[in-house]
Design a protein. Structure first.
Length: 385
C-alpha cells in the first residue's frame, strides 16, 4: 500500500484479491449502512459469499469446499473486507470460516462434518463459537456451563454472552464443563445447532461499535446434545481452544491492520480537501507528521503480519507469536483511529464519517479473542520459561 514490496503473494493471489475486492464493492459496501441499522448483515449476503466460494475455502471438496490449504487466500479475504471499512462484516465472515469451522474440521466426527460443513460452505448455516460467560471472560476455567453425560447424550445447561454471529447462528461451538472438579481438564467442546430444544438467543446487544455485527447472549436449558456432537475427546476442550486460538488471534491482527489502513486512507483524502487558515490542513506540519507516523507504523505492521501468515502456512506460528500480533496490531489500530478522528476535528465525531465508525469499532479489538492484558501474559510465559 505505502511502498514496501510485499513478497508474500503470487500473481494467482493477486487475481483472487481483485475478485474479492470487486465482490465487496458490489455486495458489502452498498449494504453496510443498512446492516448497521439492522444490527446484523443479511442472510442473503451469507449465501452470496457462499456462491462465490469465499466461505470455508479450506474445507475438502467432498464437503463442498475448495480444499485450499494456503492461508494466504484467507488473509486476502480478511484484508480486503477490512480495507472496505466495513468493520462488522470484517469480523463476522472470517470468524465463521477461520475460527469456527476449524474446530469442526479438526475435531468433529465424520457424521457431524457431513451434517454441518457443506451448509457452512454455502452460507446456509452460520457459525459461532461460545466461550465467554457473564462471569467468565478471559478466565475460561471460570465458566459455569455444564454438560452432563446421560449415557446416550449430554445435557447442556448454562449461558454464554458477547457471542459474535450469535443471533444469526445456526451451529455453535460451545465450551462447557463435563467435570467441574478437574479445572481446565474438565472442559469439553460441543456442537449445538439451531434446532435443538432448549437452545435460545437473546436480542442483539446495543453496542458502542460494530453495529452490523449480531452479538448476543445464548441460553441452554436442558439441551440434549447427541454423542456425535462432542468435538474430539471429553476433557480436551481447553487444549483445543488453546490450539485454535492462535489462528483466531492472527485473524484479529490482520483485520486490525487493514481497518487501520482504511482509516488512514480516509483521513488522507479528508486533509487534502479540508481547509483552515486559507490552505489545506495537509499543508500543516502537525498533520504531515501525524500522517507520516501512522504510515510508517502501518507499513511495519503489514509486513510483520505478512511474515506471520507465512509462518502460519508453514505450521510454525505459536501462541505467543499470535498473541504478540493481536496485541501489537489492535493497539496500533486504536491509536490510528484516535489520531484520524483528531485530524478530522469535529467531523471526526460525526457517525456519517468513516473514521467515526472506525474509531467506535476499533475499541473492542483490544478486548475480545483474549484481552490485550492476557496477550502480554502469554508472551511473558514464553520469554520467561
Amino acid at each position: 500500500m505505502f511502498g514496501l514490496h510485499r513478497s508474500l503473494f503470487t500473481e494467482e493471489h493477486d487475481l483472487f484479491r481483485q475478485s474479492v475486492r470487486d465482490f465487496i464493492a458490489r455486495e458489502i459496501v452498498p449494504n453496510n449502512s443498512q446492516w448497521e441499522k439492522d444490527k446484523m448483515v443479511s442472510r442473503e449476503s451469507w449465501l452470496k459469499f457462499g456462491e462465490n466460494g469465499f466461505l470455508g475455502m479450506q474445507a475438502p471438496e467432498e464437503l463442498g469446499g475448495l480444499n485450499i490449504q494456503d492461508f494466504r487466500y484467507n488473509a486476502i479475504l480478511i484484508e480486503e473486507i477490512g480495507l472496505s471499512g466495513c468493520s462488522g462484516p470484517a469480523i463476522g465472515y472470517p470468524l465463521h470460516s477461520d475460527i469456527v469451522m476449524p474446530y469442526i474440521l479438526h475435531y468433529a466426527t465424520e457424521e457431524a462434518k457431513k451434517k454441518y460443513i457443506p451448509k457452512m460452505v454455502t452460507g446456509e448455516f452460520i457459525g459461532a463459537v461460545a466461550m465467554t460467560e457473564p462471569g467468565a471472560g478471559s478466565d475460561l476455567q471460570g465458566m459455569r456451563s455444564t454438560a452432563e453425560d446421560k449415557g446416550d447424550h449430554y445435557l447442556l445447561n448454562g449461558s454464554k454472552t458477547f457471542i459474535t454471529n450469535g443471533y444469526l447462528s445456526d451451529v455453535v461451538v460451545v465450551a462447557a464443563k463435563t467435570d467441574p472438579s478437574k479445572g481446565a481438564k474438565g472442559i469439553s467442546l460441543f456442537l449445538v445447532d439451531r434446532d435443538m430444544k432448549g437452545f435460545s438467543k437473546g436480542v442483539p446487544f446495543e453496542k458502542v461499535g460494530l453495529h452490523a455485527q449480531d452479538t448476543c447472549e445464548l441460553f441452554f436449558e436442558d439441551v440434549k446434545i447427541p454423542k456425535e456432537n462432542l468435538l474430539g475427546k471429553v476433557g480436551d476442550g481447553f487444549k483445543y481452544l488453546m490450539t485454535e486460538l492462535a489462528q483466531e488471534r492472527l485473524v484479529v491482527a490482520l483485520s486490525a491492520v487493514a481497518l487501520g489502513e482504511f482509516m488512514l486512507m480516509s483521513t488522507l483524502d479528508y486533509v487534502k480537501q479540508r481547509r483552515a487558515f486559507g490552505k489545506p490542513i495537509s499543508d500543516f506540519q502537525n498533520t504531515r507528521f501525524k500522517l507520516a507516523e501512522m504510515t510508517a507504523a502501518l507499513e511495519q505492521g503489514r509486513i510483520y503480519c505478512d511474515y506471520l501468515v507465512q509462518l502460519h502456512n508453514e505450521g510454525k506460528l505459536d501462541s505467543a507469536m499470535a498473541s504478540a500480533a493481536k496485541y501489537n496490531m489492535t493497539e496500533l489500530q486504536c491509536k490510528v483511529a484516535d489520531e484520524c478522528v483528531q485530524l478530522h476535528g469535529g467531523y471526526g465525531y460525526m457517525w456519517e464519517y468513516p473514521v467515526a465508525r472506525g474509531w467506535a469499532d476499533a475499541r473492542v479489538q483490544r478486548i475480545y479473542a483474549g484481552t490485550n492484558e492476557i496477550m502480554k501474559e502469554l508472551i511473558a510465559r514464553k520469554i520467561l520459561k
